[in-house]
Every structure is written in C-alpha cells, then in structure tokens.
Ligand binder design. Structure first.
Ligand SMILES: Cc1cnc(Nc2cc(F)c(C3CCN(C)CC3)c(F)c2)nc1Nc1ccc(F)c(N2CCCS2(=O)=O)c1
Length: 305
C-alpha cells in the first residue's frame, strides 16, 4: 500500500483515525493567531457531560482560499508523522457541510517554549535545556527520515507537553524533498523568518536537511538564552547590521555579515561546548554542518557529563 503521506486526504477515504463532529466541539479559549489562521482550545464532548478530551483545533483563515491547498498539505504532513517529539494529529473536523475543515491535534497544556522559559527560567537548568535540545533533535532526525524539511524551526514553533517533554508543533511551511534531489527550492518565500534561515535559503531559496540544521543552531541559541527578549536572534542580528542601511535589503546585509563570519554571540552562561555546537550548525556552506544524528550524539554526551 502507499505510504501514509502519499494517500490523498479526502472525505471519501475514511482513513483518518477519527472525524470530529462539529456539533460536539465545545469552544473554550483562543490559543494563538497568525497569518496561518488560528488555533483554539476546545473540548470534544460527545457525551455532553464535560468529560470529553481537550484538543487544539487549527482553523484556516476563512478568506484565504488559496491556503486551503496548503492547509490540506499541512494536514497530510502532520497526519503522516508518528513521533514522541512531534505534536500528535488527532483528526479533522468538517463544518459548514464540508465547506471548511479544521485540523484537530493533541492539546499540550504548557504552551509555547518561549513563554514557558520566560515563566520558568529560575528552575530550568542546563541539563533540562539539553534534554529539550535532544528531544527537538530527535524530532528533526525523524522528520529527515521521512524526507521532510521543516523550514520554520524556531522556539516559537516548539510546544511544551510537560516539564520534561517538548514537541515540534507547526508544519505550515514543511516540504517534502523530491526523491531525486538533496534540497527543496521555494518559489514564493512569503514572510520568511530570515534570522533563522541558512545563507543558501536566503540567497537561493534552497531548503534542505542542512538548512534545518542551521535553524536548529538558532533554536539552541534561543534555548540557552532562555528566549530572553533582549537577546533574541532578530535583535542581535539587527544590532550587528546596524541602522546604516545603505539601501541594501536586510537579507543582503545579513548574508554579508554571515559571509564575514560574524555569528550570533554566545548567550551569557552558555556552556562552551554547547556554543561550539551552535557554531558548527552555522557553517556557511551546508556540507560543513553536522547531521542531526551527530548533533544528537554530542548532546547526549553533554547530558552524561
Ligand atoms: C497543536 C497545539 C497543541 N497544544 C497547544 N497548546 C498551547 C497551550 C497554551 F496554553 C498556549 C498559550 C499560552 C499563553 N496564553 C496566553 C495563551 C495560550 C498555547 F499557545 C498553546 N498549542 C497548539 N498549537 C498552537 C497554539 C497556539 C499557537 F500560536 C501555535 N502556533 C504559533 C506559531 C506557529 S504555531 O502554529 O506553532 C500553535
């Protein structure tokens, strides 16, 4: 049979674990909004006695019809992923007579990693940070084994399931690398998070597992900066680029300083071995960068020490 992700998502093939009926969906509160649409906390309560499970429901922006295709791709992607370090797909919910659909996922109560670290900074030590880093690394290793490139790796897209478990959350930009290529070239970059992008992604819109490795290095930087607002990657890069913008676009300035070998500075109190791991992820050419399995081993070694 076709591998999971190659089967078309369609109402006629009831291969989804479950289709959620809108009439049993109880809206509770908003979780987040973005150009992607919105994510809401709901309770699926078919018995109507408040014993149903809490779920996170991602709805598409109603007006953006073009996104429906992307949304279907995102649903196909997340449906095909089965990994402890990736947020779990639960099913879909059709409403308005199959006119619109929502993506139903498991609900992770602690929210985004950024907010979690801001709130719990005082009792998250380096060991726990390394545990989170190794979980994200394992999630990415799994994604790579499925030939997916995430393309939007950042602490804001990592969710916290518990004090000892984080998961990769957002697959809106994830693409499958064609079987005969090493990279995916994007035609419409959209709003690119360039401060998390590898140089070749900025200059050539090329995305590969190695460009995800670059972004993982930036996530390591965010982790060991405790997602401090005043030392987030965008702020640090903009300080270095300076405000003397001679008309060059920000992304060209960014590529210039990366070519000159400037890199994000070591976060305060970051173990030297971790910072050297980040700088390896930031090898200018993709070949220089380590693989996720090498990074995973190095992180495991650091945890043992
Ligand atoms: C699939 C999923 C599962 N569980 C959860 N739990 C969750 C639990 C929470 F308390 C919160 C917050 C915590 C802070 N207070 C004020 C509001 C609720 C929260 F934001 C999330 N959220 C999920 N998705 C999600 C939600 C929201 C998002 F903005 C984004 N994204 C944004 C960038 C791309 S994104 O799609 O990753 C994904």
């Amino acid at each position: 049979p076709l591998p999971d992700r190659d089967r078309a998502l369609g109402p006629s093939h009831q291969q989804d674990q479950s289709v959620y009926e809108e009439r049993h969906l109880r809206y509770i509160s908003p979780l987040g909004k973005g150009n992607f649409g919105s994510v809401e906390l709901c309770r699926y309560d078919p018995l109507g006695d408040n014993t149903g499970e809490l779920i996170a429901v991602k709805k598409l922006q109603p007006n953006k019809q073009s996104n429906l295709e992307d949304f279907q791709k995102e649903i196909n992607t997340i449906r095909s992923l089965h990994c402890d370090y990736i947020v779990k797909y639960r099913g879909v919910c059709y409403s308005m007579g199959r006119l619109s659909m929502s993506l139903v996922m498991e609900y992770l109560p602690y929210g985004s990693l950024i907010r979690y670290l801001e709130k719990n900074r005082q009792h998250v030590n380096n060991r726990r940070m390394l545990l989170f880093a190794s979980q994200i690394c394992k999630g990415l290793e799994y994604l790579q084994s499925m030939r997916y490139v995430h393309r939007d790796l950042a602490a804001r897209n990592i969710l916290v399931a518990s004090d000892t478990l984080v998961k990769i959350a957002d697959f809106g930009l994830t693409k499958i690398i064609p079987f005969d290529k090493e990279y995916y070239r994007v035609t419409h970059p959209g709003e690119s998070p360039i401060f998390w992008y590898a140089p070749e992604s900025i200059t050539e819109s090329k995305f590969s597992h190695k460009s995800d490795v670059w972004s993982f290095g930036v996530v390591l930087h965010e982790l060991f900066s405790y997602c401090e607002h005043n030392c987030n990657p965008k702020r640090l890069y903009m300080q270095e680029i300076g405000n003397d913008m001679q008309g060059l676009s920000i992304s060209m300035h960014l590529v210039d300083i990366l070519k000159d070998n400037w890199r994000l500075p070591a976060p305060p109190i970051c173990p030297p071995r971790i910072y050297s791991m980040m700088t390896m992820c930031w090898g200018y050419s993709a070949e220089e960068r380590p693989t996720f399995s090498t990074l995973g081993d190095q992180i495991e070694t650091s945890i043992q020490d």
